[in-house]
Design a protein around this ligand. Structure first.
Ligand code: TXA
Ligand code: MG
Length: 312
């Protein structure tokens, strides 16, 4: 049985983590499946619980930039991005310091670490209370839709992890934007719009060539996958259940006013609902309205195209 813990039980969640157990916790992006990043067995248990390939490295969550400096070396550009967007929905992939105390499973043996300072107050309190860096992928079975509520975590992982710390619905709703390299490149679009980061660096930030992250299922064509078939960029709904964006008829709507941050917040929960609607239909499919390819729309389109991709 997985325990459901609340705000006043952060210390219990921390004790479980310190004992090497797995605890899912809220961040502003999605729920993470946390473990002590210095404990080989605890980190191995993350891969087992998610059924995640062990060659896919995990993001390390720390309380502040000072804690991050103990684990990785910052370039000037990384400093500028951290200054602008931490705490917040951004991960930096940076060279691991020799002194860093991390299980090698966290980095899948790479000499870089994906590191993030989350903004969610419960995540912050939990990390502080453990005094540990926490390795945490999204708290869903590998390849499935990421969780933005505690109940989503339980739907996928109940019985496989010690506890879920319930912090309500995630406010950003999309995973962190990942930057890496020097000069930095975009590894994954996410909760920090690319344009905002480009403004900080005063230059365009190109996407990394896919071969730069060959081992990353988050970067694979099929990911975030519901059971239904998904048809994207459908302007006019037909017979299949329709997920709208902006005004117009739809079974569910990401944002009636066409607001991209509202759409991001609602995306994963609505994909789950659309999957249920589609499973009750003849064709087992649903359609999705076009989403603009700017700001958070870039990350929304990225997740939708992976959700819609043919399964391996
Ligand atoms: O918002 C988020 O990023 C959430 C919350 C829980 O922090 N986490 C998340 O983790 O989305 P996950 O494991 O689902 O995605 C992490 C991505 C993967 O694509 C992984 O391959 C990449 O980060 N990653 C982690 N460390 C890396 C490294 N050293 N080099 C390249 N990619 C890395
Ligand atoms: Mg994930």
């Amino acid at each position: 049985m997985t325990r459901l813990l609340f705000r006043h039980q952060v210390n219990e969640a921390a004790s479980l983590l310190k004992a090497g157990e797995l605890v899912a916790f809220p961040t502003e992006t999605v729920y993470g499946l946390g473990a002590d990043a210095t404990n080989d067995q605890a980190v191995a248990a993350i891969f087992a619980a998610k059924n995640r390939p062990t060659f896919n490295p995990l993001i390390v969550h720390v309380a502040d930039i000072a804690a991050a400096r103990e684990i990785v070396d910052f370039s000037d550009e990384a400093e500028a991005l951290a200054e602008a967007f931490w705490p917040g929905p951004m991960t930096l992939v940076l060279p691991k310091r020799d002194a860093a105390q991390l299980s090698d499973l966290v980095t899948a043996g790479l000499d870089t670490v994906g590191i993030r300072v989350p903004a969610h107050p419960l995540a912050h309190d939990l990390i502080k209370e453990t005094g540990l860096p926490l390795a945490a992928p999204s708290a869903n079975p590998s390849g499935k839709i990421s969780p933005t509520k505690a109940e989503h975590v339980l739907a996928g992982l109940d019985g496989r992890i010690a506890a879920v710390l319930d912090g309500g619905a995630c406010t950003v709703g999309l995973e962190s934007t990942i930057f890496g390299g020097d000069p930095v490149l975009l590894l994954r679009p996410g909760g920090v719009p690319l344009e905002a980061a480009e403004k900080v660096l005063g230059r365009a930030i190109p996407p990394a060539h896919p071969s730069a992250t060959p081992n990353s299922p988050g970067q694979l064509a099929s990911h975030y996958a519901p059971d239904a078939t998904i048809i994207l960029d459908v302007e006019t709904p037909g017979d299949a259940p329709h997920l709208g964006f902006g005004p117009g008829p739809a079974d569910r709507n990401l944002s009636k006013s066409g607001d991209l941050s509202e759409a991001a917040t609602r995306l994963f929960a609505l994909l789950r609902e659309m999957d249920v609607l589609a499973s009750g239909s003849n064709t087992k499919r649903f359609t999705v309205a076009p989403i603009p390819d700017t700001g958070l729309g870039r990350a929304i389109r990225d997740r939708l195209s992976r959700a819609a991709a043919p399964r391996p």
